[in-house]
Every structure is written in structure tokens, then in C-alpha cells.
Design a protein around this ligand. Structure first.
Ligand code: PMT
Length: 223
């Protein structure tokens, strides 16, 4: 019954982990495989949307039939997303974006010297927050990857980043979070908990998130 629920809509999804380079051969990244973001892109396509996925480092191929834009760093992801934000109806920020990056990107391989090496890191721009400040008509969906106090932190992110929905993801649970084919999430809106999902495939999780999103679009909740 969900077929066509997003017909005529443009959906922008971010997937995977960002890569922050330290020198020509070393970088900081995280465990994101891209599976959750790609599942959302795929589900949106099945529901009739025109889909673009901005993908960082991923361990699987992107789904067929969606536009794929490859990026590395949080800054590149920000630029790619901002370029396509205006024309998007729904934006889903499932990527695991670096919160900090090395202050200096060394041109040459860092040589081994003393016993200790201190890396200096600086904050990256928060993409979701930037979109929350700029949104006009878009339905903005963020994630909150947490290991404790899921509801509190998810609601805090929803308000602070001006998102319309937050997918709360307790990544400490078995079968949830990074890398696997399943997830366990709780969907929050401005009113609080909307749906606490059981352990489901990432595909089914994605379908349920987008079903709620399409209902809210239809109601004009984003405007
Ligand atoms: O890719 P998989 O292996 O399938 O794993 C899926 C997942 C665990 C990565 C995914 O389900 C998930 O939880 N993604 C969000 C990870 C994350 O960065 O969460 P966060 O709580 O640190 O960030 C909150 C939100 O702000 C996220 O929507 C994030 O994309 C966004 N953010 C964070 C930092 C930043 N600089 N810019 C951002 O936009």
C-alpha cells in the first residue's frame, strides 16, 4: 500500500561514515557501513520518490536506481547536501558524520619520532543543525546514535537541530546500529515517542520511518 506514497517527491539521504584525512595514508573514520542510509534510499525509491544519496565511506554498493554522490569529509558532505537542499522535499541524515577533524592535514606522511604524539582536532560543522536553520518546506529527519538515555538525547537533538523527526538508535543493543543488517530504533517527533520498533531488518526499519514521514508530508506538518 506504500507504493506511490512518495511519488513526485525528492528525497535526499546521507549514508556511511565520513573520512577525515590526517596525512596521505592515514585518516579518522567510524564503523558505519552505509546499510541504514542505503536502505532508506531504496525504500524511498520503492515508494516512488526521486532519490539522491550522498555517501561517505560504505562497505556495500548503493541501491540501483538512485543518484549517488560520493564524498569523503564532513565538509564535503555539507557542501554536497547544501547544493541539493532547496530542491528536496525530505532529507534523511543517516550518515555517521565526524564531530571532529584534524586541525592540520599533513602533506607528507607523519614520521615516527617521540614516545607520544598528540593530535589536535577541531569541530566540524553540524550538517543537520545547518539544515534545521535553513529549512523552508523540507521535512528534516535526523538520527541520534546513543549508548544511554535514548529518549532524552533524541528529543534534545530534535529541538536543538530543529528536526521534524529523529530516529533514536541505541547502538549498544544486540542487533542494532552499525554494520549489521538489522536495527532497533525509536522514532520521535515534536510530540515525543511516535513508534518504538522491534528488531527489524534495516529495509523494514526504513519503510516504517518513511511511512511516518509520508503521512506527515501529506498533513503538511513540515510547513
Ligand atoms: O551505516 P550502518 O552501518 O548501517 O549504521 C547505521 C548508523 C548506526 C550509522 C545509523 O543508524 C545512525 O545512527 N546514524 C547517525 C550516526 C550519528 O552520527 O549520530 P549522532 O547522534 O552523532 O548525530 C546526530 C545527527 O546529526 C545525525 O543525523 C548525524 O547525521 C548528524 N550530524 C552529526 C554530526 C555532524 N557534524 N553533522 C551532522 O549532520
Amino acid at each position: 500500500k506504500e507504493h506511490g506514497a512518495l511519488a513526485g517527491k525528492r528525497v535526499l539521504v546521507t549514508a556511511g561514515g565520513t573520512v577525515e584525512r590526517l596525512d596521505p595514508v592515514r585518516y579518522l573514520t567510524n564503523d558505519s557501513s552505509g546499510k541504514m542510509g542505503f536502505a532508506i534510499a531504496e525504500a524511498a525509491k520503492v515508494m516512488g520518490a526521486e532519490v539522491t544519496v550522498v555517501a561517505g565511506r560504505t562497505s556495500i554498493d548503493a541501491p540501483a536506481g538512485v543518484n549517488v554522490v560520493r564524498v569523503e569529509s564532513a565538509q564535503q558532505m555539507l557542501d554536497a547536501v547544501l547544493e541539493r537542499f532547496e530542491e528536496s522535499d525530505i532529507v534523511v541524515k543517516s550518515a555517521a558524520v565526524a564531530d571532529y577533524r584534524p586541525v592540520t592535514r599533513h602533506g607528507q606522511k607523519i614520521k615516527k619520532s617521540g614516545e607520544m604524539l598528540t593530535l589536535e582536532l577541531e569541530k566540524t560543522t553540524d550538517i543537520l543543525q545547518t539544515l534545521g536553520e535553513r529549512k523552508t518546506h523540507q521535512l528534516l529527519i535526523g538520527f541520534a546514535a546513543e549508548t544511554e538515555q535514548l529518549e532524552k538525547y533524541a528529543m534534545d537533538k530534535l529541538k536543538r537541530k530543529n528536526a521534524d523527526l529523529i530516529v533514536g538508535n541505541d547502538v549498544s543493543l544486540d542487533g542494532a546500529g552499525f554494520n549489521g543488517d538489522t536495527n532497533i530504533v525509536q522514532l520521535y517527533g515534536p510530540e515525543g515517542l511516535i513508534e518504538a520498533m522491534p528488531l527489524l531488518s534495516k529495509r523494514e526499519t526504513a519503510q516504517r520511518i518513511l511511512t511516518v514521514a509520508s503521512q506527515r508530508m501529506a498533513k503538511g506538518a513540515a510547513r
